[in-house]
Design a protein around this ligand. Sequence first.
Ligand SMILES: Cc1ncc(COP(=O)(O)O)c(C=O)c1O
Length: 397
Amino acid sequence: MASTTLAPHRFDDLDAGSFRHPVSLKWNTYPPDALALWIADMDLPVSEDLRRALTERLQNPLGYSDVTGAAVPLKALLIRRLAEQGVPDLTGEHIRLMPAVVPGLYAAVAAFTAPGEGVVALTPTYPPFHMAVQTQGRVWRSAPLQDDGERWQIDWDALEAAITPDTRLLLLCHPHNPSGRVWTLDELTRLAELAERRDLTVCSDELHADLRHPGAPEFRSFASLPAAEGRTVVLTGPGKSYNIAGIGCGAMISRNPQLLARVQSAVGGLLGQPHAFNVSAWELALTHAQPWLDEVLDYLTGNRDLIREWAENEPLVRFHAPEATYLAWLDLRAHPKAHRMQQYLVEQGVALNDGATFTVPEEAEQYQGCVRLNFATSRPVLREALTRLSRALAQPA
Ligand SMILES: Cc1ncc(COP(=O)(O)O)c(C=O)c1O
């Protein structure tokens, strides 16, 4: 087991039994003897300051409230945040609040492509990316990332080749789930140049932007690139950073209001608006939960480093420490049980996401034997999971 010395922390003492709350999808999907480190929410408690603010919010009226107008207070906070990420001079007109981020992915596919047209993305990919494409009758085009031995890199030739004449949309994940890459300014610039040259609209899912570890490249929104700003919509939300995925909320942001108008006319009524309480939750998180987020990030970085040290001592594991996110992509394809790795590990007491789901079913074999581990849990639970993984990987075929 990894020996990294990390200072004791209050999260170390969380009662792991309480994670298995009846409403937790993560902890109730697999048998009770499996540690649940899969779907992306945290076992760490939500900010106390945010909880207090939410409770207070419930004392206020719960009728209809303005979630569309330019003066919604949340929009002012998002405008400030985007300015910090390189996108200045936004107004309320540039922001369309949404019930969550995933509906925004579906909306982008519906609005910017027609059935039969292509959508390109870097794989492996967060599964709703390809689901939003295939379930709406569009054609999925994979551009697989390359493992250069140190990190996951864009394979520019593969990306160019994946863009056919009928490809209209690039679904970008920045930071990237599941690799944890934060795309550098050079990479973003090259992607923007490519989008312009190949006439692609870009939907950049930037949900994990606040979950960056020390040493990660500076975060620049894709909409900050001059070549891309007129053809880009950015998606973001509070679910990951503040661990409130159950209180859905999101936003589609674009410097080009015509793109938002296209979304509105294609699916606006179907998409609906976020609930007033959820809009408040995001606003309150941005105003009250920054100290909590700083503390959590520090803890998550410690967990990430623990996994890095563990992986260095596991000959069958290929792993590149994520620059952002609390998700670890483990390449276990060298193991004899690679063809049924996720199920095997559940039997061995650790429930992770199956790598095969991170592309379309037709290409699933490519990531068979990879798994995604969610390390936003208490360190004792993580250490126990790594011990179980070591034991499982050491067993003869
Ligand atoms: C890249 C990415 N986008 C979207 C989501 C889900 O966002 P929401 O719950 O707001 O739909 C996730 C959740 O893991 C994610 O990783």
